[in-house]
Design a protein around this ligand. Sequence first.
Ligand code: 0GY
Length: 292
Amino acid sequence: MTDRITSWHPAPSRPRYRPPPGAVDAHCHVFGPQARFPFSAKAKYLPEDAGPDMLFALRDHLGFSRNVIVQASCHGTDNAATLDAIALSNGKARGVAVVDPAISEADLAALHAGGIRGIRFNFLKRLVDDAPKDRFLEVACRLPEGWHVVIYFEADILEELRPFMAAIPVPLVVDHMGRPDVTQGPDGADMTAFRRLLDSRPDVWFKATCPDRLDPTGDPWDAFARAVAPLVADYPDRALWGTDWPHPNMQDAIPDDGHLVDMIPRIAPSETLQRKLLIDNPMRLYWPEERT
Ligand code: 0GY
């Protein structure tokens, strides 16, 4: 784990689909710059710098207005790079932190002041050394007002995590729909299990993200479109969308971000759905005070 990896497209195309003004990219990350924000000693991958300037240039290129920056595992529980990017965004970014569950109330309040509105629990063994459910629950019970939990897991542990998720006392946002096998189709076992989770409580949300990670058929990711469009149609008020830029670990199948944006009208065909996915829903979670 010594080579620095680049996982983002050097020149993403301009999408044919133009997002509505005010659209939010609700899942992206920053890496470094490492000279100021070194990576964690426990990082499972070491990326090249992909800082706020690059993120905001991509935002403008793709036609988005805002970003939700999710703390990436390579930065561990030091949220300084994420907070720096939020601070440089002129109010156009907010974030999701990864914290030591023993974090103090004062440090949680400082994260809130810095634009953080949730914490992320990552259960991917290839990304983190441990995921202590009891300690996660303890901190989930003392989050600042209005925060939520973002959870990242793969479909094979969904059932095992159900009691844990049921105990979380704040809204729950599932990264990449819990990584279903989209080639099973919209009624396959993974999507059916995920729907059961959504049906178990009204405040479970999901990110309709990452065709590049989930669809082995490759760009234009037809299996993803087919499996995910019905989910967005059936749960339109709980869906979020994001690029996942700079696509941690995707160096073998780097997606063109313009093509990712062109997935939006395929999973949300009407203007009403697009407005929910890109504006109304993320604004409810991240900028509730600005909702019109
Ligand atoms: C993602 C997915 C991944 C990585 C991370 O924090 C991270 O390092 O989230 C992954 O490798 O699946 O959401 O970016």
